[in-house]
Design a protein around this ligand. Structure first.
Ligand SMILES: [Zn+2]
Length: 194
């Protein structure tokens, strides 16, 4: 089995102090960094073969941004390309990602499978990259549990990867909804751990 750990959208705007902060985002960033560094320290015994990340990276995503957002389909401006809010949280910024997939340049994009290397420049997509590296097992964590992590894990299962989601290394926009999100993912075949 070849495993990729997918770190979803651990960016400044989704952490405390950002324009669309998820409670616990900063802690998740630190916890992911500690987990990854610990695993890398295990050498060939580590639990993943590849480490990849996704980023929300907006240029003009239309109705995804709204001055009076509903926090369901519309959101305050966040992760605008070229701003500090779109950068990785500093805790994960120096992790040795094998590839980074940007999504959402001109529309809402919740799933990392909508991302490409270089974003709108038409680079390789996440699914193609995973297949080119013979990945058959993905482990998903990051921000936010009930949006991009959920969408990425659901897409991974749909594409036929054995899929795991790490609840302890994710944080939700609406923590109340997490049990419902977990149940939906389990129904889609995702193993939810933590
Ligand atoms: Zn967005």
């Amino acid at each position: 089995m070849t495993t990729a750990l997918i770190v979803v959208d651990v960016q400044n705007d989704f952490c405390e102090g950002g324009s669309l902060a998820v409670a616990g985002g900063t802690k998740v960033a630190a916890d992911i960094a500690a987990f990854v560094e610990g695993e890398l320290g295990r050498g060939t015994d580590r639990s993943f073969d590849y480490l990849v990340a996704t980023r929300d990276r907006h240029i003009d995503p239309g109705a995804h941004f709204n001055a009076t957002p509903d926090y369901i389909d519309s959101w305050p401006r966040h992760c605008v390309a070229g701003t500090q809010g779109a950068d990785f949280n500093p805790a994960v910024a120096d992790l040795p990602f094998d590839a980074v997939f940007d999504k959402g340049a001109y529309q809402a994009a919740y799933s990392g499978f909508e991302g490409t290397i270089g974003g709108d420049d038409g680079g390789e997509g996440l699914g193609a990259w995973l297949d080119a590296h013979d990945v058959d097992h993905v482990v998903v964590c990051g921000l936010a549990t009930d949006y991009c992590v959920r969408a990425t894990a659901a897409d991974a299962a749909k594409h036929g990867y054995r899929t795991e989601m790490l609840l302890d290394l994710s944080a939700a926009v609406s923590p109340d909804r997490v049990p419902q999100v977990v149940a939906g993912l389990q129904e889609a075949g995702v193993v939810v751990a933590g």
